[in-house]
Each structure stands twice: as structure tokens, then as C-alpha cells.
Write a new protein. Structure first.
Length: 90
């Protein structure tokens, strides 16, 4: 089964840091989506890739979701949620 992943790379210290992050992601199979975006002086680049997974992930119970959110773990976003966040930034 294939799964799409979407992430927005940010250059926290300008273009140099964005170039490093995008180069690293390109080497990991990510591809740029669209052009650069800017907000509050920071450059952003949307990146996406398709990966093969062995099986569908099991659904999390409500308790597991709450525990993950409280622990401060970064939530995986689907493409629609990520694009909404990008739109809010610009």
C-alpha cells in the first residue's frame, strides 16, 4: 500500500538553512510542491513524497490520541490539513 506524506520545510535562519533542509529532504525522496512562500521574513517550501507501507495503520483509541497530544509529540498531518496551515501562514 502506498501513502502520501506532506511537509513544509522552513528556513529559520534564512535561505541558507532552507536550502540545507530542502537538500536533505530531496536526498530522502521528497519533491518540492509549488514555489517558495514567505511569512514574517521566513522562507517556506512545501515538500511531498509517496512511500510504501506494509499495512494500514491501526486506528488509535481516544486515550492514545489524548496521550500523544499531551506528550507534545508532533502530529502527522494529511495533505489537506497541511495546506490549510500553509494558507494560514500566508
Amino acid at each position: 500500500m502506498k501513502k502520501a506524506e506532506y511537509m513544509v520545510a522552513v528556513g529559520k535562519s534564512g535561505f541558507t538553512s532552507l536550502e540545507e533542509k530542502v537538500s536533505q529532504m530531496l536526498n530522502e525522496g521528497w519533491k518540492p510542491v509549488g514555489g517558495l512562500a514567505f511569512n514574517a521574513g521566513y522562507p517556506y517550501q512545501a515538500m511531498a513524497r509517496v512511500v510504501t507501507v506494509s499495512q494500514r495503520p491501526a486506528k488509535q483509541s481516544g486515550y492514545e490520541k489524548q496521550t500523544e497530544e499531551k506528550s507534545g509529540a508532533r502530529k502527522k498531518l494529511d495533505a489537506q490539513e497541511a495546506m490549510r496551515l500553509v494558507d494560514e501562514l500566508t
